[in-house]
Write a protein that binds this ligand. Structure first.
Ligand code: ZN
Length: 250
Protein backbone atom coordinates (compact mmCIF):
# COMPACT_ATOMS: atom_id res chain seq x y z
CA UNK A 1 0.00 0.00 0.00
CA UNK A 2 1.25 3.47 -0.88
CA UNK A 3 0.38 6.16 1.64
CA UNK A 4 0.71 9.90 1.21
CA UNK A 5 1.71 11.35 4.61
CA UNK A 6 1.06 15.04 5.32
CA UNK A 7 1.29 16.98 8.58
CA UNK A 8 1.17 20.50 9.99
CA UNK A 9 -0.81 22.05 7.15
CA UNK A 10 -1.50 25.03 9.44
CA UNK A 11 -4.24 26.58 7.32
CA UNK A 12 -1.89 27.15 4.36
CA UNK A 13 -4.09 26.37 1.34
CA UNK A 14 -1.50 27.27 -1.30
CA UNK A 15 1.02 24.81 0.17
CA UNK A 16 -1.68 22.14 0.57
CA UNK A 17 -2.84 22.45 -3.05
CA UNK A 18 0.77 22.19 -4.29
CA UNK A 19 1.33 19.02 -2.25
CA UNK A 20 -1.96 17.41 -3.31
CA UNK A 21 -1.24 18.16 -6.98
CA UNK A 22 2.25 16.68 -6.65
CA UNK A 23 1.20 13.48 -4.93
CA UNK A 24 -1.60 12.88 -7.44
CA UNK A 25 1.10 11.62 -9.80
CA UNK A 26 1.78 8.67 -7.45
CA UNK A 27 -1.93 7.90 -7.07
CA UNK A 28 -1.45 6.82 -3.44
CA UNK A 29 -3.89 4.26 -2.00
CA UNK A 30 -4.41 6.37 1.10
CA UNK A 31 -3.74 9.85 2.43
CA UNK A 32 -3.14 10.43 6.15
CA UNK A 33 -2.72 13.68 8.10
CA UNK A 34 -0.79 13.91 11.38
CA UNK A 35 -2.58 16.93 12.81
CA UNK A 36 -2.29 20.71 13.06
CA UNK A 37 -4.70 21.27 10.21
CA UNK A 38 -5.16 24.84 11.50
CA UNK A 39 -3.32 27.57 13.41
CA UNK A 40 -0.87 30.21 12.00
CA UNK A 41 -2.31 30.36 8.47
CA UNK A 42 -5.19 32.25 6.80
CA UNK A 43 -7.38 29.38 5.48
CA UNK A 44 -8.42 27.08 8.36
CA UNK A 45 -11.87 26.18 7.01
CA UNK A 46 -10.77 25.66 3.40
CA UNK A 47 -7.86 23.42 4.42
CA UNK A 48 -10.04 21.17 6.59
CA UNK A 49 -12.75 20.95 3.92
CA UNK A 50 -10.19 20.20 1.18
CA UNK A 51 -8.51 17.39 3.12
CA UNK A 52 -11.51 15.86 4.86
CA UNK A 53 -12.91 13.76 1.93
CA UNK A 54 -9.41 12.61 0.92
CA UNK A 55 -8.23 11.25 4.27
CA UNK A 56 -8.02 7.58 5.20
CA UNK A 57 -6.93 8.49 8.73
CA UNK A 58 -5.94 11.55 10.75
CA UNK A 59 -5.05 12.62 14.28
CA UNK A 60 -5.54 15.83 16.26
CA UNK A 61 -2.68 18.29 16.73
CA UNK A 62 -2.06 20.69 19.60
CA UNK A 63 -3.10 23.68 17.46
CA UNK A 64 -6.32 21.90 16.43
CA UNK A 65 -7.09 21.24 20.10
CA UNK A 66 -6.33 24.86 21.04
CA UNK A 67 -8.43 26.21 18.14
CA UNK A 68 -11.39 24.20 19.45
CA UNK A 69 -11.04 26.06 22.72
CA UNK A 70 -10.56 22.82 24.64
CA UNK A 71 -7.18 23.62 26.13
CA UNK A 72 -5.32 26.62 27.57
CA UNK A 73 -3.00 28.49 25.20
CA UNK A 74 -0.50 29.88 27.71
CA UNK A 75 2.20 27.38 26.70
CA UNK A 76 2.16 28.73 23.12
CA UNK A 77 4.35 31.68 22.20
CA UNK A 78 2.64 35.06 21.92
CA UNK A 79 2.28 35.05 18.11
CA UNK A 80 0.93 31.50 18.07
CA UNK A 81 -1.63 32.49 20.74
CA UNK A 82 -2.72 35.45 18.64
CA UNK A 83 -3.21 33.17 15.63
CA UNK A 84 -5.16 30.66 17.75
CA UNK A 85 -7.55 33.38 18.96
CA UNK A 86 -8.06 34.45 15.31
CA UNK A 87 -8.60 30.82 14.22
CA UNK A 88 -11.18 30.24 16.99
CA UNK A 89 -13.17 33.17 15.66
CA UNK A 90 -12.96 31.99 12.05
CA UNK A 91 -13.61 28.27 12.50
CA UNK A 92 -16.98 27.23 11.06
CA UNK A 93 -19.24 24.46 12.40
CA UNK A 94 -18.28 21.78 9.83
CA UNK A 95 -14.50 22.00 10.26
CA UNK A 96 -14.95 22.39 14.02
CA UNK A 97 -16.98 19.15 14.18
CA UNK A 98 -14.40 17.32 12.07
CA UNK A 99 -11.46 18.46 14.22
CA UNK A 100 -13.25 17.70 17.48
CA UNK A 101 -13.90 14.14 16.24
CA UNK A 102 -10.17 13.42 15.85
CA UNK A 103 -8.22 11.55 18.51
CA UNK A 104 -4.57 12.24 19.39
CA UNK A 105 -3.48 8.76 18.36
CA UNK A 106 -4.55 6.32 15.62
CA UNK A 107 -3.68 2.70 14.92
CA UNK A 108 -4.10 1.89 11.23
CA UNK A 109 -3.74 -1.82 11.86
CA UNK A 110 -7.11 -1.80 13.62
CA UNK A 111 -8.94 -0.92 10.42
CA UNK A 112 -6.64 -2.42 7.78
CA UNK A 113 -5.22 -5.92 7.94
CA UNK A 114 -2.67 -4.96 5.25
CA UNK A 115 -0.96 -2.53 7.62
CA UNK A 116 0.25 -4.31 10.74
CA UNK A 117 1.92 -2.08 13.26
CA UNK A 118 1.38 1.32 11.59
CA UNK A 119 0.43 4.08 14.04
CA UNK A 120 -0.09 7.83 13.83
CA UNK A 121 0.40 10.59 16.41
CA UNK A 122 0.93 14.33 16.13
CA UNK A 123 3.80 14.71 18.63
CA UNK A 124 5.09 11.41 19.95
CA UNK A 125 3.88 8.00 21.06
CA UNK A 126 4.68 8.93 24.66
CA UNK A 127 2.84 12.28 24.57
CA UNK A 128 0.78 12.36 21.36
CA UNK A 129 -0.26 16.00 21.47
CA UNK A 130 2.76 17.92 22.59
CA UNK A 131 6.11 16.12 22.66
CA UNK A 132 8.68 17.04 19.98
CA UNK A 133 10.65 14.00 18.74
CA UNK A 134 13.81 15.95 17.91
CA UNK A 135 16.60 13.45 18.62
CA UNK A 136 17.32 9.76 19.15
CA UNK A 137 17.11 10.07 22.94
CA UNK A 138 13.55 11.40 22.79
CA UNK A 139 12.66 8.92 20.04
CA UNK A 140 13.71 6.05 22.30
CA UNK A 141 10.88 6.87 24.71
CA UNK A 142 8.37 6.52 21.88
CA UNK A 143 9.83 3.18 20.76
CA UNK A 144 9.32 1.99 24.34
CA UNK A 145 5.82 3.48 24.63
CA UNK A 146 4.00 1.34 22.04
CA UNK A 147 4.49 -1.89 20.01
CA UNK A 148 4.41 -0.34 16.51
CA UNK A 149 6.54 -1.19 13.50
CA UNK A 150 6.24 2.22 11.83
CA UNK A 151 5.05 5.36 13.65
CA UNK A 152 4.24 8.50 11.68
CA UNK A 153 4.60 11.72 13.69
CA UNK A 154 4.69 15.46 12.93
CA UNK A 155 4.79 18.53 15.22
CA UNK A 156 8.49 19.48 14.77
CA UNK A 157 7.97 20.78 11.20
CA UNK A 158 11.29 19.09 10.32
CA UNK A 159 11.45 15.90 8.23
CA UNK A 160 13.24 13.11 10.09
CA UNK A 161 13.58 9.36 10.40
CA UNK A 162 14.50 7.47 13.58
CA UNK A 163 15.41 3.80 13.53
CA UNK A 164 15.40 1.20 16.30
CA UNK A 165 17.52 -1.79 15.34
CA UNK A 166 19.04 -4.33 17.75
CA UNK A 167 17.85 -2.14 20.67
CA UNK A 168 19.79 0.88 19.38
CA UNK A 169 18.02 4.07 18.31
CA UNK A 170 19.59 6.37 15.74
CA UNK A 171 18.57 9.33 13.59
CA UNK A 172 19.14 9.34 9.84
CA UNK A 173 18.76 12.10 7.28
CA UNK A 174 16.19 12.13 4.52
CA UNK A 175 17.13 13.55 1.12
CA UNK A 176 14.31 14.74 -1.13
CA UNK A 177 13.33 12.24 -3.83
CA UNK A 178 15.76 9.57 -2.56
CA UNK A 179 13.75 6.54 -1.37
CA UNK A 180 14.87 5.44 2.11
CA UNK A 181 14.76 1.64 2.41
CA UNK A 182 12.92 0.34 5.51
CA UNK A 183 14.67 -2.80 6.71
CA UNK A 184 12.50 -5.71 7.91
CA UNK A 185 13.01 -6.29 11.64
CA UNK A 186 13.85 -2.65 12.38
CA UNK A 187 11.29 -0.18 13.73
CA UNK A 188 10.82 3.36 12.46
CA UNK A 189 9.53 6.76 13.52
CA UNK A 190 9.03 8.88 10.40
CA UNK A 191 8.26 12.61 10.32
CA UNK A 192 7.15 14.05 6.95
CA UNK A 193 7.94 17.66 7.95
CA UNK A 194 5.34 20.40 7.52
CA UNK A 195 3.15 21.24 4.54
CA UNK A 196 2.26 24.74 5.64
CA UNK A 197 5.12 26.06 7.79
CA UNK A 198 8.46 24.24 7.27
CA UNK A 199 11.13 25.01 9.90
CA UNK A 200 14.28 23.34 8.57
CA UNK A 201 15.51 26.31 6.54
CA UNK A 202 13.79 25.16 3.35
CA UNK A 203 10.54 27.08 2.72
CA UNK A 204 9.18 24.46 0.32
CA UNK A 205 6.20 22.36 1.47
CA UNK A 206 7.16 18.89 2.72
CA UNK A 207 5.48 15.46 2.60
CA UNK A 208 6.36 11.77 2.49
CA UNK A 209 5.22 8.90 0.33
CA UNK A 210 5.35 5.65 2.31
CA UNK A 211 5.32 2.37 0.38
CA UNK A 212 4.54 -0.45 2.83
CA UNK A 213 5.10 -3.24 0.28
CA UNK A 214 8.19 -1.81 -1.44
CA UNK A 215 9.30 -0.80 2.09
CA UNK A 216 10.47 2.70 1.28
CA UNK A 217 9.80 6.20 2.56
CA UNK A 218 10.45 9.06 0.13
CA UNK A 219 10.54 12.73 1.08
CA UNK A 220 9.34 15.38 -1.36
CA UNK A 221 9.80 19.17 -1.17
CA UNK A 222 7.36 21.19 -3.22
CA UNK A 223 7.64 24.89 -4.05
CA UNK A 224 4.42 26.88 -3.69
CA UNK A 225 3.47 30.56 -4.06
CA UNK A 226 4.01 31.56 -0.41
CA UNK A 227 3.71 35.24 -1.38
CA UNK A 228 -0.01 34.58 -1.90
CA UNK A 229 -0.34 33.00 1.57
CA UNK A 230 1.59 35.95 3.04
CA UNK A 231 -0.75 38.41 1.28
CA UNK A 232 -3.81 36.67 2.78
CA UNK A 233 -2.22 36.61 6.26
CA UNK A 234 -1.49 40.32 6.00
CA UNK A 235 -5.09 41.03 4.96
CA UNK A 236 -6.33 38.94 7.93
CA UNK A 237 -4.15 40.92 10.33
CA UNK A 238 -2.15 37.87 11.44
CA UNK A 239 1.18 38.53 13.25
CA UNK A 240 4.02 39.80 11.03
CA UNK A 241 6.67 37.27 12.28
CA UNK A 242 4.35 34.42 11.24
CA UNK A 243 4.05 35.99 7.79
CA UNK A 244 7.79 36.51 7.39
CA UNK A 245 8.83 33.03 8.48
CA UNK A 246 7.09 31.38 5.50
CA UNK A 247 9.72 32.88 3.17
CA UNK A 248 12.55 31.62 5.38
CA UNK A 249 11.36 28.14 6.25
CA UNK A 250 12.06 28.93 9.93
ZN1 ZN B 1 2.47 22.31 13.94
Amino acid sequence: MRIGVVSDVHANLEALEAVLAHQDRWAPDMLVCLGDFVGYGPDPNACVERLRPLLGAAVMGNHDQAALGDSPTDHFNFFAQEAIVWTRQMLEDGPRAFLSGLSPHADLAEGTAALPGLVLAHGSLRRPLDEYVLDARIARASFLAAPFEIALVGHTHQPAIFIESKRRVSAQGLLPEVPRALTPGARYIINPGSVGQPRDGDPRASYILLDTEGRTATLFRIPYPFEETQRKMDAAGLPVPLIERLALGR
